[in-house]
Ligand binder design. Structure first.
Ligand SMILES: Cc1cc2nc3c(=O)[nH]c(=O)nc-3n(C[C@H](O)[C@H](O)[C@H](O)COP(=O)(O)OP(=O)(O)OC[C@H]3O[C@@H](n4cnc5c(N)ncnc54)[C@H](O)[C@@H]3O)c2cc1C
Length: 175
């Protein structure tokens, strides 16, 4: 293992220790299904769940273990419209009207996921704790400040700049 990696570094997501993707065959290949969903990530499983809840017989198939894709490897952040335009100025690219439609979709997806977790009582430690975005240089801090104004214009977001002095309260680091 490389010396610059932290002690206990794992090449696999930490959470696989408690919930590793499993070889799970619930599929009766000879049986019939109303719908066959290909892929057992968020997209496939949530589609299958909605279909099953509406009374259809659904089979999910996957080329690998159940949940082996991006859905069990990601960072676990749930973000709404701020995530959509994190690296880009969406309005500048597609125009304000189209960007607003995309943001509205992002809002709906955010609300949908929270409702789904609650409805299905999914034990995933979902916690709305806000979002801290770090700036690595003073110029990046200024850029974030402008971005914040853009976000707050939507009448829904409530971002504010965190001063260097306050930073430690959020991330326990001065860097
Ligand atoms: C490192 C990383 C960090 C991320 N962090 C975040 C985050 O913090 N927040 C966030 O919202 N998003 C994050 N994402 C994105 C998010 O994880 C993905 O958008 C999401 O998981 C995609 O879900 P999915 O169901 O479309 O795909 P996947 O979860 O990848 O599922 C696709 C499944 O389809 C199967 N499959 C593919 N082709 C076939 C085939 N031909 N036949 C049978 N099965 C097939 C695969 O084996 C896989 O199981 C991150 C992604 C990565 C990689």
């Amino acid at each position: 293992m490389h010396e610059f990696l932290a002690d206990g570094f794992s090449e696999q997501p930490w959470w696989w220790r408690d919930a590793a993707p499993v070889e799970q065959s619930t599929c009766d290949a000879s049986g019939e299904a109303d719908v066959v969903v290909v892929g057992s990530g968020y997209a496939g499983l949530s589609s299958a769940l909605e279909l099953a809840r509406s009374g259809l017989k659904v089979t999910v198939i996957d080329a690998g273990k159940c949940g082996i894709g991006a859905s069990t490897r990601n960072a676990g952040f749930l973000s709404g419209r701020a995530g959509v335009s994190k690296q880009i100025n969406l309005q500048a690219i597609v125009g304000t009207e189209h960007a607003n439609r995309i943001f509205a979709e992002a809002d709906k997806a955010y609300d949908h996921l929270k409702a789904l977790v609650s409805r299905e009582n999914i034990q995933c430690n979902l916690d709305s704790v806000g979002r801290f975005v770090g700036a690595h240089t003073p110029a990046a801090y200024d850029k974030l400040s402008k971005k914040m104004d853009e976000y707050n214009n939507d009448g829904r977001s409530n971002f504010r700049m965190v001063s260097k002095r306050e930073q430690r309260d959020y991330v326990a680091s001065d860097y």
